[in-house]
Ligand binder design. Structure first.
Ligand code: HEC
Ligand code: HEC
Length: 168
């Protein structure tokens, strides 16, 4: 299996947005566009994903209007200069909502947290915390190397990045 992630940068200096796409065996499986330069776009997106709506259709209609209204009132110059980015972000938030939230099934944003890894939730560490002890004294391991092969840590310019051709 081959995994590839392409990021087409918008350019024009640092911190700009771009289009990210994930490919498995050359087939595109995911693509997303939310401009990182929009102030507080992530927080606002999560708020809109969590908000109650009368129906999925209502959510689909209201998310774009709410994002637009937010920037108009909180950041009028952003609303003016980045109108296209706001529309694109709203499309992505709407798509994320429609993929994940089904109020009639009581399935709202956050009903099923992602337990892969341990970044946003405890995830694997729910058990792999070294605190779960069996009768014979063995614990469920919290040793990083049980799950990760650490190639470099806190190095200025890790050789592995240069070897892979992705170092700066
Ligand atoms: C029981 C397995 C397991 C153990 C033990 C474990 N990890 Fe992880 N870790 C994972 C998985 C799974 C992911 C998510 C990988 C992914 O999303 O592709 C992850 C992700 C990460 C990430 C990326 C976080 C991110 O923001 O996406 C870091 C950094 C990390 N681990 C560090 C550590 C360190 C340091 C330790 C030891 C203290 C550790 N891990 C122990 C399974 C483990
Ligand atoms: C519900 C509890 C639980 C969760 C959650 C859990 N594990 Fe485990 N895991 C175990 C148990 C129990 C073992 C077996 C420990 C043993 O036999 O010593 C184990 C063993 C492992 C081992 C083998 C470790 C070794 O050194 O032999 C790996 C690798 C592993 N888990 C990865 C993961 C990853 C990755 C996640 C998160 C995506 C995860 N586990 C989440 C309970 C859990």
């Amino acid at each position: 299996m081959s995994l590839r992630y392409d990021f087409s940068y918008d350019g024009g200096g640092r911190g700009k947005g771009g289009l990210g796409a994930l490919f498995v065996n050359g087939r595109k499986v995911a693509e997303g566009r939310i401009d990182r330069t929009l102030p507080f776009v992530r927080a606002k997106a999560v708020e809109l994903l969590r908000a109650p709506y009368a129906s999925r259709e209502a959510a689909s209609r209201e998310i774009g209007a709410a994002l637009d209204a937010y920037y108009r009132s909180a950041y009028p110059d952003v609303a003016r200069d980045a109108a296209k980015a706001i529309v694109q972000a709203a499309e992505q938030i709407r798509a994320i909502y429609l993929r994940n939230v089904f109020p009639s099934m009581n399935l709202t944003w956050g009903t099923h947290p992602n337990h892969v890894g341990h970044a946003d939730q405890k995830g694997c560490f729910r058990c792999h915390d070294g605190q779960h002890v069996a009768a014979d004294g063995r614990t469920i391991t919290d040793d990083c190397s049980a799950c990760h092969t650490i190639l470099a840590q806190e190095e200025e310019a890790p050789k592995i990045l240069a070897d892979l051709g992705i170092g700066g």
